[in-house]
Ligand binder design. Structure first.
Ligand code: FES
Ligand code: FES
Length: 151
């Protein structure tokens, strides 16, 4: 099967039941997407499929179909979310951060001026063992401003 990731088509050899996460990491070498629980609980494997944030550890690659996949490598370095992450200095160990960035990107694309509640709801399934939650909130607010949101 052929799937589009970050604007480029890849021929996938894996069985259609293989989780998208392993195809992204092992076949495509896009190791920015991390794995934690492998049960859809921690959010570290979050990518966008057809513009929707999904847990790639529980999505069979065969279900991607014609939808484009976006991973953390596909977000330009100058994008407000990445700029805000660097300016606020969000990461500690960094392991969960690609999932956090993808969640922020998804949230702000759909809601450029999120309320605090919106942010809490969007990130509820993204765990961070280092407890960077306050900095994540600050970075989302900054990215929202950089994107022309009201905050
Ligand atoms: S590794 Fe996918 S949600 Fe935890
Ligand atoms: S920065 Fe270490 S787990 Fe989130």
């Amino acid at each position: 099967m052929r799937i589009k990731v970050n604007g480029r088509y890849y021929l996938v050899k894996a069985d259609p039941q293989t989780p998208l996460l392993w195809v992204i990491r092992e076949e495509m070498g896009l190791t920015g997407t991390k794995f934690g629980c492998l049960k859809g609980i921690c959010g570290s494997c979050t990518v966008l499929v057809g513009g929707i944030a999904v847990r790639s550890c529980i999505l069979p690659v065969g279900e991607v179909g014609g939808k484009e996949v976006l991973t953390v490598e596909g977000i330009p370095e100058e994008h407000p979310v990445k700029r805000a992450w660097i300016e606020v200095g969000v990461p500690q160990c960094g392991y969960c951060q690609s999932g956090q960035i993808m969640t922020a990107y998804h949230l702000l694309n759909n809601n450029p001026s999120p309320t605090e509640e919106d942010v809490l709801r969007a990130f509820a399934g993204n765990l961070c063992r280092c407890g960077t939650y306050q900095r994540i909130k600050r970075a989302v607010n900054l990215a929202s401003k950089l994107m022309g949101g009201r905050r």
